[in-house]
Design a protein around this ligand. Structure first.
Ligand code: ADP
Ligand code: MG
Length: 716
């Protein structure tokens, strides 16, 4: 058998043994490991439950007097499900989640233990915070950080083979209340959105008690490879992506992978993932093959965006841990294989009232459609005013390999509404009004405004920010990132757009203008001023990149390092502060962390490239050359030796250059080090890779020890 595939063949034999046993019915399993409102209602007295419910639903402060009672109920619920420990589960600025487990057990002498869990333990904990990124917010002399229960996201149980842990979603902040995590600004931005949108809705006649939040559904793309290859690829183990690898003879050219039938081995993995996600109350809905070989997707039904962000972190964690049980490794990196499609995490975002009204759903009544138009105007203004923030929210060293490549949205932020809505917008701008009624249009009940199509929004896969009928799909987020910052930014900029337009609307109404006329006026103004950000064509097209940047004046922040500096621009400092989402110090800290993580990521890759080339690829090459020297003097051998020697010298030279760049730092500040690795280390890595990939195509399969793309990419 070909050496390539004997490994896969062996691993298939291994896997069968660990298959999970069939599960119960979905509706029995669903949310069985989530502490739901129902669970609490049945365990708490009516007054206690009512008080807690106010905290859950309206964000009212938790009544300290009931904390002990609630903690006891939670502990009992968790222990009945086999949990021995609890943890505040939080999201520091590493992009992943953190947990520190404490046991419920307390020794009481004489070899006895009792189980305890107090209200104060439920509400607040103090992990040793000095080792989390703080961007200077928490100097070591004041190294304290607190995690505080976030009651708006339900507690849940995480299981492992030998036990279970009660996880309590929490925020993480420094002693003086500055955010050290991803969740705090997200929660603050939700409040900002509510504060801005409710007054607008009131002008449209919303009932008292209306609250508004955002909804989010995140589609997760990922690659699967056989675990045995993973262990033979130090670049995958340590950097999450291949730093070497020639293009295989067969990649995604045949376009036969997308939506193709899913091999049993992968389906077993997917079913296992889904069973666990169901137990956690994560409404995962869709599974399919993606474009590249070995690439797949998982998508849930949308939820409240704070809960969705927690669920997204859990989904990534469970996809990764479950893959291992199946002898597979899930790669969440944005670009694990060069020359293949990368992976994104499309964030579907909308706004909804507490009565479940989707504010971006064109409505049934003229009134609702005026409102829809008003929010579209706010969205257009928001995206144009804050292209920089949307770009920053998806910026990372790893996503830089994807944005702007041929399959991902470009680094330019533009917006897509589809031809039908765009035509409506243009008619409003030109003042054509309600003439030319068409079938299938929803009446605006207005002589000054045209009707809205019922199912607007055609398809465009190249737009970074597309309206898809009743929500926006932000396609630029990367597959490995936390979705908290993109959500925070979408909430914040929409809050800002709505707040500003609401002021204008109120002024018009106070002047005695009719609602439809006022909305028409505002829409026209906004559209004329901001339509440069709307683009329906091919976002991958070079001509568009030129037009966007040079004719329309849109930002083209090609790499993360072009984007990060904008975070602390006066406009953004003022915006984040005005809506109470992050203060200047918090923003500066985040920016510092972004530069630092960027530097560290590329620095690790640079060192890895050097090490692998020096200690694996060069020896493989020299071994093969030695074989050739012993193979006689035929023309073929001589030609091969000449070609190999040329490339080997090139590899050696490229390595010297990389080694030198790796040894330098470019400065002291995170900012300077980041620019050094972008401008010096990345190009030097690429040079080494190009030569090495050329050698991979020449060296005998027996001698080339790294698994190749053609081996790894076809999980069968
Ligand atoms: P499409 O066919 O456009 O991909 P789907 O209905 O399959 O649309 O939805 C894709 C994703 O968008 C799913 O995760 C879905 O839950 C999410 N989604 C749908 N409606 C909303 C909404 N109102 N708010 C946020 N996300 C939504
Ligand atoms: Mg989609």
């Amino acid at each position: 058998m070909d050496k390539d595939f004997s490994v896969i063949s062996a691993s298939r034999q291994n896997n069968v043994r660990d298959l999970p046993s069939p599960r119960q019915l979905i509706d029995e399993v669903y949310a069985s490991d989530v502490l739901t409102l129902d669970d609490l209602r049945s365990r708490l007295s009516k007054p206690v439950f009512k008080s807690l419910q106010a905290t859950f639903e309206r964000g009212a402060d938790l009544d300290a007097g009931i904390a002990d009672t609630v903690a006891l109920a939670m502990k009992n619920w968790a222990m009945e499900r086999g949990a021995s420990h609890y943890t505040h589960w939080f999201q520091p600025m590493t992009g992943s989640t953190a947990e520190k487990h404490d046991s419920f057990l307390t020794p009481v002498g004489d070899g006895k233990v009792i189980s305890t869990f107090s209200g104060s333990e439920l509400i607040q904990a103090e992990p040793d915070a000095s080792s989390f990124p703080s961007g200077g917010l928490r100097a070591t002399f004041e190294a304290r950080g607190y995690t505080v229960w976030d009651p708006t996201s339900p507690a849940f149980i995480l299981r492992h083979a030998a036990g279970a842990t009660l996880c309590i979603p929490a925020i993480f902040a420094s002693w003086n209340g500055e955010a050290l995590d991803q969740k705090t600004p997200l929660l603050r931005s939700s409040e900002a959105l509510n504060r801005a949108v409710v007054p607008a809705l009131q002008l449209f006649g919303a009932s008292a008690g209306t609250r508004v939040g955002s909804t989010l559904g995140a589609e997760q793309e990922y690659f699967l490879i056989d675990e045995q290859f993973y262990y033979q690829r130090p670049d995958l183990v340590m950097a999450g992506r291949t730093l070497f690898g020639a293009k295989p003879p067969r990649g995604q050219e045949l376009e036969d992978h997308y939506f193709g039938n899913i091999p049993d081995r992968v389906l077993n993995f997917m079913s296992d993932v889904e069973a666990q996600l169901y137990a956690l109350g994560i409404p995962v809905k869709t599974r399919h093959k993606e474009v590249a070989p070995g690439q797949f997707e998982l998508a849930p039904v949308f939820e409240d965006s704070n809960v969705a962000a927690d669920h997204q972190q859990l989904s990534m964690q469970i996809v990764q841990s479950t893959a291992r049980r199946h002898g597979l490794v899930a790669l969440l990196h944005e670009k694990p294989f060069s020359g293949m499609n990368g992976s994104g995490k499309h964030c579907n975002w909308s706004m909804s009232t507490n009565a479940g009204e989707n504010l971006f759903e064109p409505g049934e009544t003229p009134h609702e459609n005026l409102q829809f138009l008003f929010f579209c105007a706010a969205a257009i203004k928001a995206v144009d005013d804050h292209q920089d923030l949307l770009r920053i929210s998806v910026a990372s060293a790893s996503n830089d390999h994807r944005l702007g490549a041929q399959e991902a949205p470009p680094a330019i932020i533009s917006m897509f509404f589809g031809s039908e809505l765009t035509e409506i917008f243009q008619r409003i701008e030109s003042g054509e009004g309600g003439r030319g009624e068409k079938k299938g249009l929803l009446g605006m009940g207005s002589a000054v405004l045209p009707n809205i199509p019922r199912h607007a929004g055609d398809r465009n896969r190249t737009s970074p920010f597309a309206f898809t009928g009743n929500k926006f799909e932000f396609r630029a987020p990367g597959s490995s990132q936390s979705i908290s910052l993109p959500i925070t930014v979408m909430n914040l900029i929409m809050a800002d757009g709505v707040a500003q337009l609401t002021e204008r609307l109120r002024a018009h109404l106070d002047d005695g203008m009719d609602l439809d006329k006022a909305v028409g006026e505002i829409f026209r103004e906004v559209y004329t001023q901001h339509k440069r950000v709307l683009f329906d064509g091919d976002g991958y097209d070079e001509a568009w990149h030129r037009e966007a940047e040079f004719e329309r004046g849109l930002l083209n922040l090609r790499t993360s390092l072009d984007a990060f500096p904008h975070l602390t621009s006066p406009k953004n400092v003022e915006l984040f502060a005005r809506h109470g989402v992050l203060n200047e110090r918090e923003l500066e800290a985040r920016q510092e962390i972004m530069f630092d993580i960027y530097f560290k990521t590329v620095n690790i890759e640079g060192e890895l490239t050097e090490t692998i080339a020096q200690t694996v690829l060069l020896p493989d090459t020299l071994n093969y050359l030695r074989d050739l020297y012993a193979s006689g003097e035929s023309r073929a051998v001589k030609a091969l030796i000449a070609e190999m020697e040329g490339l080997t010298d090139e590899l050696y030279e490229a390595l010297q250059e990389l080694r030198q760049q790796n040894a330098e730092l470019g400065g002291e500040a995170a900012h300077d080090k980041a620019f050094h690795v972008r401008d010096r280390v990345l190009p030097a890595m690429l040079k080494v890779r190009r030569v090495a990939d050329g050698l991979e195509r020449l060296v005998s399969d027996e001698r080339w020890t790294l698994p190749t793309y053609r081996q790894m990419l076809f999980v069968k």
